[in-house]
Design a protein. Structure first.
Length: 313
């Protein structure tokens, strides 16, 4: 692909990345545990996310399914309701916690009653108008779900590289932990992006297996281009990581307070757009002259500093 083609493609992707979200729909599902220890673990993680997402913003739309409520039919109903309400400018965050399986052809999420296939899940999400979507599949064999779930404007995170990694995963624990640990906020902007949460959980998962002196049975991957194979790390050349880096999961500290302040909400939205623009420039750098890149980056950084100064007042 030529640099010009890359630039044009990134420009079209930028249209998906930059718009400020109007509302966020958070859907979390804790699947069938099979054993009491797993049931408690999955339910606890889902309830933690439920509390975290509800506290993130006064107008957050949060749906959490656990225990007997976590069925295929109930999830279909919830996703149908989201499809009726969500607008193109909204965001959708869907998190799957539990066990998954793959026969080499089809991925399935284990639920109370009939399991849910990756294809069925994709159909549910495809009916939601939100242009920016994030699916976080933390189950075993979750990597097998990526091919059927990937789509332009949608980031897909999986705890395993493919369907052959079938052991229970620990990735979910660290994904949830990322939303509470200040160390996950790598750029210290009082916000946790999907990419920051992924990289945090990825590091912690690797450290877990090292500390336990066990061979790692899960290797987290993501796709956020809708057309490439899943990867373990961002790659500017192919635009991998751009959507996840711009996908805000939640705000923390002063930024969360500003989000609940009507007078500062517009400034915060402008800050978000500027930060996304700066991230996008990094991906477009190879397709423009050095002078043009410096000029656009300087303009964005100066404007970002001005907006931050207003927010700090």
């Amino acid at each position: 692909m030529t640099l010009r083609c890359v630039s044009l493609w990134l420009g079209s992707l930028l249209l998906t990345v930059l718009p400020t979200r109007a509302a966020v729909y958070y859907v979390t599902v804790a699947g069938l545990g099979g054993e009491s220890d797993y049931e408690q673990r999955f339910t606890g993680l889902a309830n933690d996310l439920n509390k975290t997402f509800r506290a993130s913003a006064a107008d957050a739309r949060v749906y959490t399914l656990t225990g007997g409520n976590a069925t295929r039919d109930h999830l279909r109903q919830i996703m149908a309701n989201v499809a009726l309400e969500a607008k193109p400018e909204d965001d959708l965050v869907l998190v799957l916690i539990g066990h998954g399986s793959s026969d080499g052809i089809e991925y399935k999420f284990n639920l109370e009653g009939p399991d849910l296939s990756g294809a069925e899940l994709a159909q549910m999400c495809n009916r939601v108008a939100a242009r920016r979507q994030l699916i976080v599949n933390t189950t075993s064999a979750s990597g097998a779900s990526i091919p059927v779930l990937q789509k332009a404007g949608r980031g897909v995170v999986a705890a395993t590289k493919d369907g052959s990694e079938k052991n229970a995963t620990v990735f979910a624990r660290y994904w949830v932990q990322a939303l509470h640990d200040p160390d996950a906020d790598l750029d210290k902007d009082d916000a946790i992006s999907a990419l920051e949460a992924f990289q945090y959980a990825q590091r912690k998962t690797a450290a877990f297996y090292e500390s336990e002196k066990r061979i790692a049975t899960e290797h987290a991957v993501f796709d956020d281009t809708g057309k490439e194979a899943a990867v373990r790390q961002p790659a500017i050349r192919n635009g991998e990581g751009l959507l996840l880096s711009s996908f805000l999961l939640l705000r923390t500290g002063p930024a969360q307070q500003a989000a609940n302040d009507p007078e500062k909400r517009a400034l915060l939205a402008k800050k978000d757009d500027l930060e996304r623009r700066i991230d996008s420039l990094k991906y477009e750098k190879a397709a423009m002259s050095q002078d043009e890149y410096k000029k656009k980056l300087t303009e964005a950084l100066v404007e970002l500093a001005r907006v931050q100064e207003e927010l700090d007042k």
